[in-house]
Write a protein that binds this ligand. Structure first.
Ligand SMILES: Nc1ncnc2c1ncn2[C@@H]1O[C@H](COP(=O)(O)OP(=O)(O)O)[C@@H](O)[C@H]1O
Ligand SMILES: [Mg+2]
Length: 266
């Protein structure tokens, strides 16, 4: 049985449909990545899957009792509202200090319990959001562009952490991302969305699909070319990312992957 499934899902806000005839499913333990240009309806699809938005037509089915851990695309913390990491992790549901410190250690932000949320680096902030999602002991983790604003080593290490968590917990992962080259390696299935599902399949199949290439640019080097296409612009920095982020640093030390990317950017 699928964890979440849509049938002929269409959704509009007020004007034209944002999603049309989307048949989507994700099953136990799967890693599914949704890619698509800005405004292609990715976050809308996620909100429909969560049940926050009602379909205009079609249906969304969630397995009864399904526990979802959700990492939103953006979470603005009001700078005038002080809140520590530990307190943030105890909202909306109270958690013991022990539980909080265990989950913080799991995502690599141990010892930051009393730090203000607004004082975290971009990488640390995303890890705290992941920690909060993990507190739900989810059957499925839904991550909507969770690495937006992170530098490249930060993106790498965040996804590696997600893969570790998946191996340990067996949770399914539904990821929305622009970080194609990183994500595709780990995905069982990639869905290319542009208001409707353009193409879908294994990472290899999708990266060769004409529909996908039409959206993401045709290059000579497959994933490498896609990477260049995606990263030649500045990302919005939601949070300042310091040069040396302890949470991101561990991976930056592993050079082989970055060497490829550096080559791809020329
Ligand atoms: N609350 C909303 N009200 C009206 N239009 C919206 C709303 N949220 C998103 N949209 C529009 O729906 C389209 C898809 O948005 P979104 O799902 O956020 O795309 P993506 O996440 O792929 O960038 C965009 O044209 C966006 O402007
Ligand atoms: Mg979005």
């Amino acid at each position: 049985m699928n964890l979440i499934e849509t049938r002929d899902l269409s959704l509009r806000y007020s004007g034209a449909p944002v999603l049309s005839h989307v048949d989507f499913s994700i099953s136990k333990g799967e890693i599914v990545t949704v890619v698509g240009p800005n405004g292609s309806g990715k976050s809308t699809l996620i909100r429909a899957l969560l049940g926050v938005l009602k379909p205009t037509r079609g249906s969304v089915m969630r397995k009864p009792g399904l526990r979802i851990g959700y990492v939103p695309q953006r979470l603005a913390i009001d700078a005038s509202l002080p809140i520590t990491v530990a307190r943030f992790l105890s909202l909306p549901q109270r958690q013991s200090a022990e539980t909080v410190s265990v989950v913080m250690a799991r995502v690599g932000v141990e010892g930051l319990e009393t730090r203000q949320m607004t004082a975290l680096s971009g990488g640390q902030f995303q890890r705290v959001l992941l920690a909060r999602a993990l507190l739900a002991e989810p059957d499925i983790l839904i991550l909507d562009e969770p690495t937006q604003g992170l530098d490249h080593p930060g993106v790498e290490s965040f996804y590696r952490l997600v893969e570790e968590v998946r191996q340990e917990t067996g949770a399914a992962i539904l990821l929305v991302s622009h970080d194609l080259h990183v994500v595709m390696r780990a995905s069982d299935r990639v869905i290319c969305l542009n208001g409707h599902i353009c193409c879908e399949g294994s990472p290899e199949v999708v990266s060769e699909a004409p529909e996908y290439r039409a959206l993401f640019g045709v290059g000579t080097g497959g994933a490498l070319a896609l990477y260049r296409h995606e990263h030649d612009h500045d990302h919005d920095h939601v949070h300042d990312v310091p040069d040396h982020d302890p949470a991101d640093g561990a991976l930056g030390a592993e050079g082989h992957v970055h060497g490829d990317h550096a080559g791809g950017r020329r």
